[in-house]
Design a protein around this ligand. Structure first.
Ligand code: HEM
Length: 588
């Protein structure tokens, strides 16, 4: 009897324990995810554009999803609410960066910020970069240089406009951001051959590619030493190229000594190094790691952002005209855009946000890493998992955005949604501890370049390509750019408003025909029929002001390809000593 009750008692304890254990186990379940295959896990499910693949898979499995790439656990985050859990509520737990081969070879053993492991060194370095290199004051001190570089591009484009050839906008904008970044970091432009026979841009871009290519050694650590893809060999070679070049840059700075009040980023880091004023070790390796960080982080991100914004403007001529109209109202037509104008360009700001929503240039941010076990939204997130925040998916979340596939900047009218990391439906710069420290500089570069290019020029797609025909295929990397370069034709000067009817002021002399031809060309009117130029008196909409001195009012009909319209022309001699403002509108 005694032993029977003991057995019953033991059974009940075991049952309760199992029940409780079951409960805790249930509470600690991993997030859902697709079924994987042995060894590879889910690696085979990723194609050329992993951000798009992960978006598609998450639509089936939910906004917090588990996937195994080789031996590495990954958590894929695809909604604003889920992103808020990872980047705000549990920001500290997920502030790590995963160890990976590229970080080892291309960041002087993770001495940079982007790939630095979370800890005292990273915190100190981040503080140093934010306060000393990327503060508003410092960014402001580089303003004349940005202006000068942009001015050079505008001059080049003005000449190209005369030759009526298509411009490779992707290449031009990319060169511009390289020049701007070099002058900001090194204080001067180095020649391509100074780094390597391949040239500056190519070498940096190769680095970015090597960082982004899935490396088998990261997912199957025991394969790392075999270097089956040859990536380690390439990274080793590239790190030597960077190292030699950056040593030369540092030597140049040491030789040049103090060069006056405007200090470039290397100057500042050198003086910190020489003062020995940091609580942590700071030597040439750190200077080189941060140099590469600043260059790589600013060049491609800004160039791709501008590329996508211009692509959307060319795809949406209505929006382009509206941006130009705002520029005419805020800046006018007789000067270049200044950085101080940017805050007043509200519509441009909406266009930038809408482009980042659809084309976040770093769609998977930089992978985060869980520093300890954590429970998020009822799911167990294991320590040492990669956390991938898919901002490409978040920008298309139908619960966060209506008509999410449509490019519609007006969706931000009266909306408080901003892109600086406080609103989790729009995270082009990430958020929280690991959010982009160069956001302010990046936004200035992007908005200034776009504003200046559409202020000075009217752009259209080449070879009569229709906006709907523009290929928007993406090429994945740490930064996603256009697969095809963006080509466009430009016309110097632009018409502020969409023209349907207008008053044309002209002098009645031999030149009038060419004035009108010029005007019609500038407005994109394909067919222009002059009627009754001489009398100005054919009865249609004549306001009766004919024969003022040597001037006349004339009527003529014109037809635009899409909007047939009637134009009333009035001519007053003295007005025509000058070109009318809308023809003269060449602010650059
Ligand atoms: C339009 C331009 C830019 C965009 C879209 C952009 C975007 C981003 C994104 C998405 C991240 C990752 C955030 C995360 O993992 O949570 C990041 C990190 C970073 N960005 Fe930017 N960025 C831009 C410009 C810049 C510039 C101009 C600099 C500096 C010169 C810069 C420096 C950095 C650094 C150092 C990090 C790593 C931060 C860390 O891990 O602590 N970025 N950026």
């Amino acid at each position: 009897m005694f032993s029977a009750s003991l057995i019953w008692y033991a059974l009940i304890v075991v049952a309760v324990f199992s029940f409780l254990h079951g409960l805790t186990k249930k509470k600690k379940k991993l997030p859902p995810g697709p079924r994987g295959v042995p060894i590879l896990g889910h690696l085979h499910m990723l194609g050329k554009n992993p951000h798009q693949d992960l978006h598609r898979i998450a639509q089936k499995h939910g906004p917090i999803m588990y996937m195994q790439f080789g031996f590495v656990p990954n958590i894929i985050v695809s909604s604003p609410q889920a992103a808020e859990h990872f980047l705000k509520t549990y920001d500290l737990v997920f502030a790590g960066r995963p160890p990976h081969q590229a970080a080892k070879y291309l960041s002087w053993d993770q001495r940079n910020l982007s790939f630095g492991t979370y800890g005292t060194y990273w915190r100190n370095m981040r503080k140093l970069c934010t306060l000393e290199l990327l503060s508003s004051l410092k960014i402001g001190s580089f303003q004349p240089m940005r202006r000068e570089e942009l001015g050079l591009l505008v001059e080049w484009l003005k000449h190209a406009a005369l030759e009526h050839v298509s411009v490779d906008l992707s290449a031009k904008v990319s060169s511009l951001t390289v020049e701007m970044s070099c002058r900001m970091v090194f204080g001067k432009k180095y020649e391509d051959k100074d780094i390597d026979e391949r040239g500056f841009k190519v070498v940096i871009q190769e680095g970015m590619k090597l960082v982004a290519i899935p490396n088998l050694g990261d997912y199957f650590p025991f394969l790392g030493v075999l270097d089956l893809q040859g990536l380690t060999r390439k990274m080793n070679a590239l790190s030597k190229v960077f190292d030699q070049f950056f040593e030369k840059v540092i030597d140049d700075h040491v030789r040049a000594g103090d060069q006056g009040p405007t200090k470039d980023i290397v100057d500042i880091m050198m003086s910190i190094m020489q003062s020995g004023g940091t609580d942590f070790q700071f030597d040439r390796r750190h200077v080189k790691a941060i140099m590469l960080d600043m260059l790589a982080a600013s060049m491609d991100t800004a160039a791709s952002s501008v590329e996508w914004i211009l692509s959307e403007l060319l795809k949406n001529p209505r929006v382009m005209k509206k941006v130009q109209k705002e520029l005419v109202e805020v800046v006018g037509l007789d000067r270049m855009v200044e950085e101080s104008d940017l805050e007043s360009l509200e519509y441009l700001d909406m266009v930038v946000k809408e482009t980042f929503r659809l084309h976040p240039v770093a769609p998977l941010l930089i992978p985060h890493y869980s520093l300890e076990d954590c429970t998020v939204d009822g799911y167990q997130i294991p320590k040492d998992a990669r956390i991938i925040i898919n901002t490409f998916a978040i920008g298309r979340d139908p619960n966060a955005w209506t008509d999410h596939e449509k490019f519609n900047p007006e969706r931000f009218v009266g909306s408080s949604i901003d892109l600086r990391g406080q609103h989790f439906q729009l995270l082009p710069f990430g958020s929280g501890r690991r959010g982009c420290p160069g956001m302010q500089l990046g936004l200035i570069m992007v908005r200034l370049i776009v504003a200046q290019l559409v202020h000075c020029f009217d752009w259209k797609l080449p070879n009569n390509m229709l906006p709907s025909e523009l290929d928007m295929t993406e090429e994945f990397g740490l930064v996603v750019s256009r697969a095809e370069h963006l080509m466009a034709e430009q016309k110097y000067g632009h018409i502020p408003d969409p023209i349907e009817s207008f008053n044309l002021v002209y002098k009645k002399n031999d030149k009038h025909k060419s004035w009108i031809d010029d005007a019609s060309e500038q407005m994109g009117i394909n067919e222009f029929n002059l009627v009754d130029l001489d009398t100005g008196d054919d009865g249609d909409n004549v306001d009766g002001n004919e024969n003022l001195g040597d001037a006349s009012n004339v009527n003529f009909d014109f037809s635009m390809t899409e909007t047939p319209s009637f134009v009333q022309c009035e001519g007053v001699g003295e007005f025509m000593t000058e070109t009318p403002a809308w023809i003269r509108s060449n602010p650059c």
